[in-house]
Design a protein around this ligand. Structure first.
Ligand code: FAD
Length: 447
């Protein structure tokens, strides 16, 4: 009789093109497990929006496994304790999981491997972080040469299908509802019904996007158009593999390049494991951020008086997602116009984004701040009004900021210039004044 094999699901909640599932299926009857570990990540446990996503994604995964007669075992606690305990009580021969690169994921991997046979497989990235190196053998710090080197290893292997699974005797499981991942009082998730978490939902989103991928290069910058793929939460939770995405979207190099940013971000957190907390450039360690809780709250609530920023922040609150162009404008506004610490922004995103991802979020915020190892220069300060007009955000603003729905077209990007709109606040800061203040703060870091 072959020993049972544990499949330890993490941010890889799919059955197809999932090397841990395939390896376990080859080796024997399986026990499928997900551990809700709020302990190892400490302050970086998953946030509220992602708890909503996780609930639905686990329900979808459980249904797919159940179709093959395999229950999904749910356990809560420190993964480094829970998984070895399951191995002991089930007599499992090995644990199969995919590699993850967040600092706490590495701790989990080390703790589990110290106690039992852990077989780690690749598959969450186009290439495992660290595979491509610079000419001198170091990690890449700049995206463009990284992308050039990565392409030499492409295409990724053809995706593999869902394997046939045999169930091993099943240990006890928690009940998903008892984890209380969904918000109740208040239930802020009503607008999240734009999403269908789970492997089938991910493939539906991928299929829908593949048909319009050729237009991506232009359309992705316009927040009023549904020009990007909206695959980010599906990719974060591993409901679809980057290899599957690569092969499904053959006619858009610019899209594949964007997927590679995800690999680049994973490489950065692998090389610089504290990049979610520490600036990549030493000069920014003592940057004079302002402590302005009321302005931070105004930003979070979409009440800065800048329509494009407020539309983005309200889209985020309502749906758990924000358009990339608007993320850049809103993040730049927080760290440059308001001079508030980028970590306050990344924290807010961590709690409110359904796609919150340590690598992508840290890279995004440090890039905007100008403090990352691969960043735009600090003096690149997004001008919210110019950006809003250039990327034709009028319909987007009208959708998310109802106070401005009737404002004439000429005033939509800067309503204060036409006397303002009832119920909508005046700008928190003047653009030119804020820009000068930001540049002065930056100059002081170099003094
Ligand atoms: P598409 O344009 O369709 O791109 C396809 C995929 O490529 C995305 O799903 C994502 O996985 C990847 N990708 C695209 N752009 C980037 C990028 N700049 N960096 C890394 N990967 C990228 N993305 C996250 O997934 N999680 C985050 O927590 C996150 N935080 C961000 C914070 C800031 C301040 C900024 C400026 C960007 C952040 N991004 C983050 C990157 C980007 O905004 C989102 O990946 C994108 O908006 C998701 O929408 P999409 O799936 O339609 O993207």
């Amino acid at each position: 009789m072959t020993d049972p094999q544990i499949i330890w699901f993490r941010q890889d909640l799919r059955l197809a093109d999932q090397a841990a599932v395939a390896a376990a299926a080859r080796a024997g009857p399986v026990i499928a497990v997900y551990v809700l570990d709020d302990e190892t990540p400490g302050n970086w446990r998953i946030g509220g929006a992602q708890r909503w996503w996780l609930h639905h994604s686990l329900a979808a995964l459980a249904a797919s496994l159940e179709a093959q007669g395999v229950p999904l075992v749910l356990r809560r606690g420190r993964a480094g304790t829970v998984i070895p305990e399951l191995v002991r009580t089930s007599g499992a021969g090995a644990v199969h999981a995919l590699w993850h690169y967040e600092p706490w994921a590495r701790v989990q991997q080390a703790e589990v491997a110290a106690e039992c046979e852990l077989q780690l497989h690749d598959g969450n990235y186009l290439l495992p972080p660290g595979t491509v190196r610079t000419g001198s053998g170091g990690p890449f710090r700049i995206f463009t040469p990284f992308w050039r080197a990565l392409q030499q290893h492409m295409p990724p292997p053809p995706p593999t299908p869902v394997p046939a699974l045999t169930a091993a005797p099943v240990p006890d499981s928690d009940t998903l509802a008892d984890w209380q991942l969904l918000p109740t009082r208040p239930d802020w998730s009503k607008g999240f019904n734009v999403w269908t978490p789970g492997e089938a939902g991910a493939h539906a989103a991928l299929d829908a996007f593949a048909g319009k991928a050729a237009a991506y290069d232009r359309a992705r910058n316009f927040p009023a158009e549904a020009g990007s793929s909206r695959l980010s939460p599906h990719l974060h939770f591993g409901e679809v593999s980057p290899g599957q995405v690569w092969h499904a979207v053959p006619d858009s190099d610019s899209y594949r390049r964007e997927i590679a940013w995800r690999d680049f971000a994973a490489g950065l957190i692998d090389t610089f494991p504290d990049s979610h907390e520490t600036p990549g450039r030493a000069q920014f360690v003592d940057f004079a951020h302002r402590d302005a809780p009321d302005e931070l709250r105004a930003w979070q609530q979409g009440r800065t008086g800048y329509p494009i920023v407020d539309a983005g922040m309200r889209e985020l609150w309502a749906t758990g997602w924000m358009h990339n162009r608007v993320r850049m404008i809103a993040a730049s506004f927080l760290v440059k116009h308001l001079l508030i610490d980028w970590r306050a922004g990344s924290r807010w995103f961590w709690d409110t984004l359904v796609d919150a991802d340590l690598g992508n979020n840290s890279l995004g915020w440090q890039w905007i701040m100008g403090s990352g190892v691969d960043s735009s220069p600090f003096n690149r300060i997004f001008a919210p009004v110019t950006q809003s007009a250039k990327f034709d955000a009028s319909a987007y603003i009208r959708k998310w900021v109802p106070e401005l729905a009737r404002v004439p077209e000429a005033a939509i990007h800067a309503p204060w210039e036409a006397g303002g709109a009832r119920g909508y606040p005046p700008p928190l800061v003047d653009h030119a004044v804020a820009r000068a203040r930001a540049l002065a703060a930056y100059a002081a870091t170099r003094a």
